[in-house]
Structure formats: structure tokens, C-alpha cells
Design a protein around this ligand. Structure first.
Ligand code: MN3
Length: 220
């Protein structure tokens, strides 16, 4: 698993996405649960945010206090047991904080391509020719995920180039990348609405992606 040697709170994406060693925080939602309809239903958003995302945070906060206790007692067995639980739940918090900020209702610009004069728009044109080639590629990668995971449009920190990667379960993007857009391929993200036809969800979700926010992340 990527970042296995890195403690979850040391991941580059952690601090700016709600996770410090002491505490996991769920970001405030900037839109109503029904604001992404018809592409993502109110029911999905409500469960995804109030149950799934919140549970990752609650679990992290529970396990980190147990972990700190184990550190104090020099209890290596407990530390080893808790670390994968911390990794998983930390990833859940970080990835979902990115997720909600990735999306925006159509009335607020969801689905609008990145501003033409942005570095992101230029990078997409240079590498892929047009936005739809990039989103089609992400959809192919999403369809190929075995089990649960995410696909990410990323910026390589050393070369600044754009790329597409996938991560398993709640693994976060490896430290050499900045996440620009992440698409949640867990069943909980689509099943209530799209059932087994996840390809329709992958097509629909781009209608509410916030490319303006993505362009800002790309310039960071
Ligand atoms: Mn999810």
C-alpha cells in the first residue's frame, strides 16, 4: 500500500484536508444534500457525508487516543494493531474532504471546464488535447478498479505534469502527487441511485465537478 512507511498524519495531503495527528475533522459542506441532483441523489450525499465520512473521522479520533496511550506505555503490539486502522480511517477523512470540495452544484459552475487562462486548462490541452479525453481516461481507470478505491487526476510535484492514478480502498495519493480531482469508486458513492450500472455514475459525476477549485489546487 502506498505511504505504508508514512504515518497517516505525515502524508502531504493530510493537514490541508482535515487531518492532524491529534484530530480528524470533517469539512463543512458548502451546498445542500440535494444540490447535486440529478447526478448524485440527496440520499446518497446525506448518507455519504453524515454516516460514511463522519464514521471515518470518529474512528480515527477514537483510535488515535488509543494509539497515544500505546505509545506512552511502549505497547508495540497495540501500536501495530492500531496503525492500519489509523491509516484506513485517516485516508477516509482526507479523501472525502477532498471529495466534497471537488464537487459543486451546476448553478454554481459544476461541470464547467477550468478557466481558459488557468494553468490547469493549459496543462490539459498540452497533454490530452481536450478535457473530454482526460475525463474519458479517468472513467476507463475507474471502471478498472477491482473492489473499492478512487481514481485521481494528479499533478506530479517534481515535474508539474498532469496524470491519472488509482488508489485502493482509502489509500491517499502518494506524496509525490498533488490531488487535483478525485472520483470515489466505492459502492456507497453510487449504488443507491445507479445500482450495478456504475459506468453511468462515472459519466454523470463530471456534471458536478468543480474545475475552478481543481484549477486552484493545480496552481498550489
Ligand atoms: Mn466514499
Amino acid at each position: 500500500m502506498p505511504n505504508a512507511t508514512i504515518l497517516p498524519w505525515e502524508a502531504a495531503v493530510a493537514a490541508e484536508n482535515g487531518l492532524t495527528r491529534d484530530k480528524a475533522v470533517v469539512t463543512d459542506l458548502k451546498y445542500a444534500f440535494d444540490a447535486l441532483e440529478p447526478y448524485i441523489s440527496k440520499e446518497i450525499n446525506e448518507l455519504h457525508y453524515t454516516k460514511h465520512h463522519n464514521t471515518y473521522a470518529a474512528n480515527y479520533n477514537k483510535f488515535i487516543s488509543e494509539y497515544e496511550e500505546a505509545v506512552e506505555k511502549n505497547d508495540n503490539g497495540s501500536k501495530e494493531r492500531l496503525l492500519p486502522l489509523l491509516q484506513f480511517n485517516a485516508g477516509g477523512v482526507i479523501n472525502h474532504n477532498l471529495w466534497w470540495n471537488n464537487l459543486t452544484p451546476q448553478k454554481d459552475g459544476g461541470g464547467q471546464p477550468p478557466p481558459a487562462d488557468s494553468a490547469l486548462a493549459k496543462a490539459i490541452k498540452d497533454k490530452y488535447g481536450q478535457l473530454s479525453i482526460l475525463t474519458d481516461l479517468v472513467n476507463v481507470r475507474l471502471a478498472g478498479i477491482q473492489g473499492s478505491g478512487w481514481a485521481w487526476i494528479v499533478k506530479d510535484r517534481s515535474t508539474s505534469s498532469l496524470g491519472v492514478i488509482t488508489t485502493s480502498n482509502q489509500d491517499v495519493v502518494p506524496d509525490n502527487y498533488i490531488p487535483i480531482v478525485g472520483i470515489d469508486a466505492w459502492e456507497h458513492a453510487y449504488y443507491l441511485q445507479y445500482k450495478n450500472v456504475k459506468a453511468d455514475y462515472f459519466k454523470a459525476v463530471w456534471n458536478v465537478v468543480d474545475w475552478s477549485a481543481a484549477a486552484s489546487r493545480f496552481e498550489a
